[in-house]
Ligand binder design. Structure first.
Ligand code: DQA
Length: 147
C-alpha cells in the first residue's frame, strides 16, 4: 500500500520558518513522523517536498497514473493554483488535503482553497498531527475498499 505525502513551497524550511505559526520541528522530523506512522498503519509512505509548481503537478500525475493515494499540503498553492487543482481533479485514489496551521483562522487570502473541492477531505490546524490523522484516514479508506 504505497501512499505519497506531497508538500509544496516553503515547507522544506519548517523548523526555522515562522516557528510561532508552524512549530519548531523540521521537515526531516515531519518526514520521519510520516514514515513512522506509515509503518504503524502498514502503509509504505513516500514523503516529498518541492517549491516548484511544475514538479508538484508531475507528482500528482504520477499518483493518478499509478492509482496512489495522496496526502497533500499544497502550502501557498492551496490558495491560487488552478493548475494544481486541475491535476488533482484527475485523481484515481483518495486525496487528503492537510495543513499544519488552521488557514480559516488566519489572513483572508488563506480562507480560500482551490484544492478542497477536488479532495476527499481536509484536515487542518493540528500541527504535524494533521499528517498523522490524514494517514489514518487513508488507511481506513483503503481498508473499507478492501472489505
Ligand atoms: C499551510 C497554510 C498555507 O496558508 C501556507 O501558505 C503554508 C502552509 C499550512 O500547512 O498550514 O505554506 O499549508
Amino acid at each position: 500500500n504505497r501512499v505519497l505525502v506531497l508538500n509544496g513551497p516553503n515547507l522544506g524550511r519548517l523548523g526555522t520558518r515562522e516557528p510561532d505559526v508552524y512549530g519548531s520541528a523540521t521537515f526531516d522530523d515531519l518526514a520521519a513522523l510520516c514514515r513512522e506512522t506509515g509503518r504503524r498503519l502498514n502503509l509504505h509512505v513516500e514523503v516529498r517536498q518541492t517549491d516548484d509548481e511544475a514538479e508538484l503537478i508531475r507528482w500528482v500525475h504520477e499518483a493518478a497514473d499509478e492509482r496512489l493515494p495522496v496526502v497533500l499540503n499544497p502550502a501557498a498553492f492551496t490558495h491560487y493554483s488552478y493548475g494544481l487543482r486541475d491535476a488533482l481533479a484527475q485523481r484515481t485514489a483518495p486525496l487528503v488535503e492537510v495543513h499544519i496551521s488552521n488557514p480559516a483562522a488566519r489572513e483572508e487570502f488563506r480562507h480560500t482553497s482551490v484544492v478542497a473541492g477536488v479532495a476527499t477531505g481536509t484536515i487542518a490546524g493540528f500541527g504535524m498531527l494533521s499528517y498523522v490523522l490524514a494517514l489514518q484516514a487513508v488507511a481506513e479508506l483503503i481498508a473499507q475498499d478492501a472489505a
